[in-house]
Write a protein that binds this ligand. Structure first.
Ligand code: GDP
Ligand code: GDP
Length: 456
């Protein structure tokens, strides 16, 4: 049948590698200036994680997808964060704890030219308490002569130090081999692997003060709260099971919501780390937006993260009680202007503090999860695209007209399509195809990925 991939085309490549199989997470930790960012760059083989020379500058992206020797995994980069020297120990502990909470394995980076410091030892103490594998990287070993310095780090008690020069690449292959040996093939249970049987995993995210904890309290308060009995694991000490609409839902990473983070150096960085982690763990993200405040860059960034992670999305416009006529007028324009990229997401207008309309969240979540899991049979997809393309062919480019030859849905959650085309498709035409697919098949509340393979 036509569900077969075209000869020589690995049409199911996306499905095999896809979002349904979450990647294991490797965290890179260590005190400032030991070379964490340099090492992340080295592993990624690109300059994306720019080494920062400005103290206090925080990066938004802390998660990177990496590939080594054919294995894909996620790197959590904690290098973008500068500590103030006074609060060092507390900050180190926090950095290590969060990274460890998120990670399946950890690389602790130590500067071999400096040797072991009290701060390194503080890291070791935190890391020891966990059962996660820790690989010790002795960095800045730029030549063989310096290797002896690396071996002095045996005394940290983390086993063999791996001498490496993040800057020049020396030893980085061996370090990664060791890290990947320690990294499980798939993330530990409870992280993306909950399957359809368990409670659906929901992340409540949004910028500070948008009302996340108010909403969580409201949801937990009006229904029976079940404190998660499997929460003994390091990974999920923080999920809450809440019954809503006759079903149990798993709200992930709620400790991050309940614990009011003091505004200290690096707080933004941790907020974005937590947000990223919660989205990563969830199947569906509820992004809260404060209607009393202008829709901001930060809101857009969180939405982009949800889309990039391929999770279902519900928009919750909170503090609706604060909306007056004038603000309402501007809000509608801001939504049009700034939230156009997520026009497909179900919207609820709520007041988390009073609880008004929060019950509307459940149907919205269900809609989004349904759209997220939609599968379109290949025959139906191709006959629909056939008629779309017949009506609206691709514009002629340099005398040629690219045609869509065949399409298949390579995966779901979120829906991923592969179009085989006779030539490169314009971005505008791809958007047109996505729009038409949405009109026809729905996918409400879900990002849709479309990739194009050009066949000569
Ligand atoms: P981070 O704060 O831990 O992320 O450290 P960075 O990656 O920003 O590196 C701190 C400094 O150490 C920078 O000046 C790097 O160029 C330098 N550095 C990083 N790795 C190496 C290395 O392998 N050898 C040498 N000699 N310098 C390095
Ligand atoms: P979080 O930082 O996202 O967890 O936000 P909080 O839940 O702590 O809320 C921040 C502030 O907004 C608190 O003072 C809340 O009382 C207030 N707030 C939350 N939801 C609403 C709402 O629906 N209406 C109004 N008027 N205030 C709200």
């Amino acid at each position: 049948g036509n569900a077969e991939p075209l000869p020589g085309e690995p049409a199911d490549e996306d499905a095999a590698a896809g979002a349904e199989a979450p990647l294991p997470v490797l965290a890179i930790v260590g005190r400032p200036n030991v070379g964490k960012s340099t090492l992340v760059n080295r592993i990624l083989g690109r300059r994306e994680a720019v080494v920062q020379d400005v103290p206090g500058v925080t990066r938004d992206r802390v998660y990177y997808e990496a590939n080594w020797a054919g294995r894909r995994f996620t790197i959590v980069d904690t290098g973008g964060w500068e500590v103030d020297v006074e609060g060092m120990d507390a900050r180190v502990a926090e950095q290590a704890e969060i990274a460890v909470e998120l990670a399946d394995a950890v690389i602790l980076v130590v500067d071999a030219t400096v040797g072991m410091t009290n701060t390194d030892e503080a890291f070791v103490r935190v890391l020891r308490r966990t059962k996660k594998p820790v690989i010790l990287a002795a960095n800045k070993v730029d030549n063989a002569r310096q290797e002896a310095e690396a071996y002095a780090l045996w005394s940290l008690g983390l086993g063999e130090p791996h001498p490496v020069s993040a800057m020049h690449g020396r030893g980085s292959g061996d370090l990664l081999d060791a890290a990947l040996d320690a990294l499980p093939e798939t993330p530990r249970e409870g992280f993306g692997s909950g399957g359809l049987g368990g409670p659906r995993r929901v992340a409540l995210v949004g910028k500070p003060n948008v009302g996340k904890s108010s909403l969580l309290n409201k949801l937990a308060g009006q229904e029976r709260v079940v404190v998660d009995s499997v929460a003994g694991t390091t990974r999920d000490p923080v999920d809450e099971l809440i019954e809503l609409g006759g079903k149990t839902w798993r709200f992930v990473d709620t400790a991050g919501i309940r614990r009011r983070v003091h505004h200290t150096y690096g707080a933004d960085f941790y907020a974005s780390l937590r947000t990223a982690a919660a989205i990563e763990k969830a199947e569906v993200a509820v992004v809260l937006i404060d209607v009393s405040d202008r829709i901001a860059e930060q809101d857009a960034r969180i939405l982009t993260k949800v889309i990039e992670t391929g999770r279902a999305l519900v928009l919750a416009f909170n503090k609706w009680d604060l909306l007056d006529e004038e603000r309402r007028f501007y809000l509608e324009r801001e939504i049009e202007q700034d939230l156009g990229q997520v026009a497909w997401a179900p919207r609820v207008n709520i007041s988390a503090s009073s609880g008004r309309h929060v019950e509307k969240l459940v149907p919205a979540l269900e809609t989004a999860l349904e759209g997220w899991a939609t599968r379109v049979p290949t025959a139906k997809l191709n006959s629909f695209l056939g008629s779309v393309v017949a009506e609206h062919p691709h514009p002629v480019r340099s005398g040629k007209q690219p045609r869509i030859l065949f399409a298949t849905q390579a995966g779901s959650r979120p829906p991923r399509f592969v179009l085989f085309a006779s030539g490169f498709l314009d971005a505008g035409y791809r958007r047109f195809i996505e729009r038409r697919l949405r009109e026809e098949f729905g996918f409400a509340g879900s990002p849709v990925e479309i990739s194009v393979r050009v066949r000569e």
